[in-house]
Design a protein around this ligand. Structure first.
Ligand code: G1P
Length: 270
């Protein structure tokens, strides 16, 4: 199904990267010469997204400045971006609340959500692959994580699996290791029905006192279902130092003019 609009929640504080994120939005942290948000835009462009909606907040103006430049140099992207809009999330009330802030700009059509923290590389655009499978049920990107890490993610209780798609019986935000029904975790890519806005606006705060997108997805399972799309690419959690470092090494290693730096570093260590 054709998805035209994508929401990029960029209001997070980036506490795991203090002190740099006291002055620089975490989405502007770089993998070599491009910020994380740029990679998420490229993935969305490759999926045919035309309207880019950033849910931003105080202290994030560098993102707007960056896209002012990119928008006036659109050749940097392989296809045309028709529009970039910004909406403010004035309070850090969670991912569900951030998505709700984009309601008026989305209107009544299915839309994508991409978290720039989750850097996904592969031969295909992750959100593009998901769009090819989207049939109206809410869809999340998913991958298996270590059992000890399930309390960092939304976790899917699996009803059945067909190829790359997992049909969810239920979904829980950050369950304890003992309570988790599986180790299939939600990764920051979503294709959502606009009906989710009505659910989000009536949702009570959940884990960490935040309005959780996962809780809205759980409430909608009986209405439209929930599918987990097993990502084919490699995902790096760039909300963490380890993940950003690993992503940087991965990208450098794929670059024939930079790979020697890694080889030399390894050579000097042995
Ligand atoms: C958010 C979602 C969670 C998801 C995760 C993926 O959590 O709430 O369900 O698994 O992103 O990165 P956060 O990392 O913002 O705490």
């Amino acid at each position: 199904m054709r998805i035209r609009k994508a929401v990029f929640p960029v209001g997070g504080l980036g506490t795991r990267f203090f002190p740099i994120t006291r002055a620089i939005p975490k989405e502007m942290l770089g993998i070599l010469d491009k910020p994380l948000i740029h990679y998420a835009f490229e993935e969305a462009v490759a999926a045919g997204i035309e309207q880019f909606i950033l849910v931003t907040r105080h202290g994030k103006a560098a993102i707007e400045d960056y896209f002012d430049y990119m928008f006036s140099h659109r050749d940097c992207f392989s296809v045309k971006i028709s529009s970039i809009c910004y909406v403010r999330q004035n309070e850090p009330k969670g991912l569900g609340h951030a998505v709700l802030c984009a309601r008026d700009l989305i209107g009544d059509e299915p839309f994508a959500v991409l978290s720039a923290d989750d850097f996904i590389v592969g031969s295909k655009s992750c959100i593009g692959e998901m769009s090819e499978h989207y049939n109206g049920a809410n869809m999340v990107a998913t991958m298996e994580v270590d059992r000890s890490d399930v309390d960092k993610y939304g976790i899917i209780d699996v009803e059945r699996k067909e190829g790359s798609v997992i049909f969810a019986k239920s979904v829980t935000e950050k369950p304890s290791v003992g309570a988790a029904k599986s180790n299939f975790a939600i990764i920051g890519r979503y294709l959502l029905s606009p009906e989710i806005f009505g659910v989000l606006e009536n949702l009570s705060p959940g884990v960490n006192g935040e309005v959780q997108l996962t809780d809205a997805l759980e409430k909608m399972i009986s209405i439209c279902g929930l599918e987990g799309f097993l990502i084919s690419g490699k995902r790096f959690d760039c909300g963490s130092k380890e993940g950003l470092l690993a992503a940087t090494l991965h990208v450098a290693n794929c670059n024939s003019t930079l790979r020697y730096v890694i080889d030399r570093f390894i050579g000097e260590r042995v």
